[in-house]
Ligand binder design. Structure first.
Ligand SMILES: Cc1cc2nc3c(=O)[nH]c(=O)nc-3n(C[C@H](O)[C@H](O)[C@H](O)COP(=O)(O)OP(=O)(O)OC[C@H]3O[C@@H](n4cnc5c(N)ncnc54)[C@H](O)[C@@H]3O)c2cc1C
Length: 449
């Protein structure tokens, strides 16, 4: 079968993109290396859309939860992943969990049965030089193709490890304790600073050393990570002062809350935790240098002992994993196309979204975009107030590119609703999202196929 679009990678994103294109009449070649002699260190089967770890699509609550809202929007867009998930669903309270074998089989059967899709079990080693292409090869992209992507995008633009520092919702930080400033007052007051006394610092360092940690998988241990991305607990183990000379350095940071007549600008605290703005909206702030392998529960407990973060709400917790991903905000345009080679789109986790559902959603959008391009129509993006739109906007330009790290969907990516009381915030976000998303769907339906 000759094809209109070549999709490389038959995981969650590639399978969803193939479905969206095929349903819109485009002929698709779907290349998947598993079943063709290659595999990844995490996959166990040759099935399309294999879930490599947990069997959960997380919360299915579309009234109070951003990922639940994403489920809702994907269902409205006839998502194959959500449809197969429904068939394979197993009880999991308000979460959506699936029987992984049944789920993968459902996806594969739907794609195999589709007259517009040809599935080829082959590994693709270089970026195609022409023809509409979607690269959806995921966090464990085969090394040969990763090299080709690296050549096309520049050596520093493709990461092989995520080193995620926790990200905090701005409105959960206590600014009666923290203050905004840059070191030595250079530049703007760009950082939120959390001050620590000597006792607090020593207890914190001990907490890092004692805290329960996750371990690197054997195949991850062989992937080098930069010294600059060292987990914070490893720094703590190197010596009690290491952090005070590293990410928790207090020098040049006068704390105005500690001002006295003698020191009207305040004094330097014993140690400081700094947070830097993480998205253009200013709703998310990352804890600078705090990448960690501490278990999630331990992170919440320990990081809430930091002055000013006692009530911190985390948009995501820290982590370090093997993960191939692009610096999408700089490399991709708003339609997920490589700026330097616009016949190539990227989709799924390789774009720097994180999670099964997010990867599938970005695959879905990439499929829709490619179909629109094939039909010669203009693309209207989903509204940024919707889950699909907020995630897409983050990946394609709204995230801070300098320290871009993979991100789950969360309400911090949505344009803020300042007038809403904090307690009703989530409901207000989902209500606005549903209304705007419906308007977008109506607009799409008005475009001839
Ligand atoms: C070890 C691990 C555990 C994870 N656990 C979870 C979890 O529990 N929950 C969660 O929500 N997310 C998890 N993720 C994150 C992420 O959501 C999943 O990896 C998700 O599968 C990403 O979807 P994707 O379609 O982008 O990539 P994938 O689902 O990995 O699909 C990519 C596909 O491309 C194929 N491929 C790769 N290179 C080539 C090539 N050169 N030619 C042809 N085919 C190729 C692969 O075989 C694969 O089938 C995990 C990631 C990893 C690495």
């Amino acid at each position: 079968m000759t094809h209109d679009v070549h999709i490389i990678g038959g995981g969650l994103a590639g399978s969803e993109a193939a479905w969206q294109l095929a349903q819109r009449g485009a002929k698709v070649r779907l290349s998947e290396m598993r079943g063709g002699g290659s595999t990844t260190p995490a996959h166990h089967t040759d099935g399309l859309a294999e879930l490599v770890c947990s069997n959960s699509f997380r919360s299915d609550d579309d009234e109070k939860n951003a990922v639940g809202l994403l489920h809702h929007e994907m269902r409205r867009l006839d998502s194959l992943i959500m449809r197969a998930g429904e068939v394979a669903r197993v009880p999991a309270g308000s979460a959506m969990a699936v029987d992984r074998e049944l789920f993968s089989r459902e996806v594969q059967q739907a794609l195999e049965a589709h007259p517009n899709i040809g599935i080829v079990r082959e590994r693709v080693d270089t970026l195609p030089s022409a023809g509409l292409t979607i690269i959806a090869t995921g966090p464990l992209t085969a090394a040969t193709l990763a090299e080709s992507i690296g050549q096309a995008t520049g050596a520093d633009s493709l990461a092989f490890f995520d080193a995620i520092a926790p990200i905090v919702h701005r409105d959960s930080i206590d600014m009666d304790v923290c203050w905004m400033a840059a070191r030595w007052d250079k530049g703007g007051k760009d950082y939120i600073n959390c001050p620590m006394t000597k006792e607090q610092y020593l207890a914190f360092v001990q907490g890092l050393i004692d805290g329960e940690k996750g371990s690197f998988k054997e195949w991850e241990a062989n992937t080098p990570y930069f010294e600059g991305c060292m987990p914070i607990e490893v720094m703590a183990e190197r010596g009690v002062e290491t952090l005070r000379f590293g990410p928790m350095k207090p020098v040049g940071l006068d704390n105005p809350h500690a001002a006295t007549p003698e020191h009207p600008n305040g004094r330097w605290p014993y140690a400081v935790v700094q947070l830097r703005q993480d998205n253009k909206l200013g709703t998310l702030w990352n804890m600078v240098g705090f990448q960690t392998k501490l278990k999630h529960g331990e992170q919440v407990r320990l990081f809430r002992t930091i002055p000013g973060l006692e009530n911190a709400e985390f948009a995501r917790l820290g982590g370090m994993h093997r993960n191939t991903f692009l610096n999408s905000p700089t490399l991709l345009d708003r339609q997920l196309r490589l700026r330097s080679a616009p016949h190539i789109r990227f989709a799924g986790q390789i774009t720097g979204c994180e999670g099964y559902v997010e990867s599938s959603a970005v695959g879905l959008l990439a499929g829709m975009m490619a179909a629109t391009e094939l039909a010669g129509h203009d693309w209207t993006p989903p509204p940024p107030t919707s889950a699909c739109g907020a995630l897409l906007a983050h990946i394609t330009g709204d995230a801070e590119a300098a320290d871009y790290q993979p991100m789950n969907v969360n309400f911090g990516l949505f344009p803020p609703l300042p007038e809403v009381r904090k307690k009703q915030r989530k409901e207000a976000y989902t209500e606005r999202a549903k209304e705007d998303f419906s308007g977008w769907l109506t607009q799409l339906e008005a475009v001839p196929a």
